[in-house]
Design a protein around this ligand. Sequence first.
Ligand SMILES: [Zn+2]
Length: 318
Amino acid sequence: MKKPDFPRTILEFQSRFLDEQSCLDYLFQCRWPDGFICPRCDGRTAWLIQTRGVWECSGCHQQTSLTAGTVLHKTRIPLQSWFWATYLMSTGTPGISAVQLQRQLGLSRYQTAWTMLQKLRRAMVNPERTLLTGEVEVDECEVGGVEKGRRSGRSLTAKAADVIVAVEVRGQGSGRLRMRVIPDASGQTLCGFVRETVEPGAIVHTDGWKGYLPLTKTGYDHRPHSQRAAKRAGDTELIMPRVHRAISNFKSWLRGTHRSISSEHLQVYLDEFVFRYNRRHSPMSAFQTLLGLESHQQPTTYRQIVEQGPRAKKLNLS
Ligand SMILES: [Zn+2]
């Protein structure tokens, strides 16, 4: 038996995951596509001992939960709600806000919707991701804060954050994307990001900022581009178009989907955008990765989420 495939349409999704049992069946097929295998003794026979998908090996009596290692573990929210939230989050182009999710799933508490989305977002960080290769454009931008020409009172308290972005050049288009919140634009920070993100030997395009100059010494084919020289020649548009497109897409996505977010959670939203961007052609892999069906990451608890800054300052995005 093969791993189950992913519904192509919303109607197919609806008819496939009609109840808790069909969700459990799907989890079973993802975990054990060739039938049950005991993780302890490799035994092939087991019985279901609880309705929530715990299987007991008939040989060694080891109990294995179907949801262990996934975001669904020990949740009291129905699996069907989780499946829908994951579906909406992984297939809708702009993503979904907690208010929208609460409404669409008929959840009584906003907090439940918010926690579900935060958990799914945290599954969007893949610790095993590989380095960008070939030719890469790198640039920084500012997110939030007081934007020029805005007089909204809210922006006065908003704190801007610096973000660095790297995107692969793939012909005329873009390859994979990486984004990170950075504390400053020092050479150490910028070059550190490039080292952790881009394979040595790659061509790295940046602007003319001196912070990027040490890249040549660390094994990159560094190509700085002077914005001023480009302006004189009248072709600023041509300087690193992919990274600028990614930044402007990110900003409009953030503004369109979330009105304001806390600066402490900004990295989580960057990860969400990068995840969607890098999987824009593979919704099935997005769905399974979000549920934790193919990664070995520990799911995040609510406590871990709020400990990272529940009363954080709001970034002004409107
Ligand atoms: Zn066993």
